[in-house]
Design a protein. Sequence first.
Length: 381
Amino acid sequence: MVPGIAVLHVDDEPDFSDLVEIYLERECDEIEVTAESDSTAVLDLLETHEFDCIVSDFDMPSLNGVELLKRLREEGHTLPFILYTGKGSEEVASEAISAGVDDYLQKRTNTEQYTLLTARIRNLVSKHRAETEVERMRRYYEKVLQRSSDYVMILDRDANLEYISPAVKRVIGYTASEITRRDVFDFAVDADRTRAREFFQRVVARSGEELTTRLRVHHADGSSRWIELRARDLTTDPIIRGVIVNARDVTESVEDLQCNESIIENLPGYVYRHHDEEGWPLEFVRGSAERVTGYTTEELENEVVDAEDIIYPDDRDLVREIIVDCIRSNERFDETYRIITKRGDVEWIRDQGHVIDDPLTGEQYLDGFINTCEKPRPQPP
């Protein structure tokens, strides 16, 4: 059902206008007809009234139907326009089509013409309302994307750029039109360009799955930016019909991470995180683990796996007790104990750490720092 439809009927014959109003409103309860006999008054009428459709005669004094249509389109009015005229000729029809008429209907002497006219009005109004809503939503999302700190791209499977949001200028300094004119991979720095192409190929190969990567792209000011890309092939989606890529500037966080990693790598010991589970499975290890344990960070994460495995067997109960007390009291710990290195040597280490809670999952972890130390002196009795 189409909600109320306001129809403006323009015809210089008042008697015929009355007849059209009666029959249209009889055919469809939702239709309400306003008659206007002066075609030159239509533009002013549209300033003060809202209509969903215009039905106009062709042969009228001062301004005929096609001239009225041209005037309306020049003024930016997009309302459905039906030329409803008794002057049927190929010349009139051709002129009306060229002017952008939505439908063309000849006046008849039978009443069936009003059923047809009603159907045409309803169909055109429904179509126009749907198109108007689509355009409204397009402008809405365009504004949202323009104000976003991210930018969005849609590419076909051959990496031809079909859309890029205006926010791209805020991120890398180039306008959407400047990027559209070039190969999108040209904006990746030379060292990352091959990796960018390979990432896109993986996205297409794993259709529907979201993949993420980080790479550097050129900025219009001559610098480079680290960009995080989240991409998914939605070519089969009837709305997207392409590979959608969300791009976010992560330069600051990458540089902070690189700075932190540089600091950690130059520490005399290593940092770790492990789960609060039996054996204390390692989440990650960073720093000079090899100098302390003989194991590289990768070996500790992937081969040793459990932090407890390198603790000297006689000290494991002590370490368990320390960690349990730490969890119960929610306090930091600072203890020394022995480990077995990769070479099989026994070394004393100092372990300083505390319990943290993951804000998203609530899971508990132990974060700490380990370094070598001297064997502790026995405490006097």
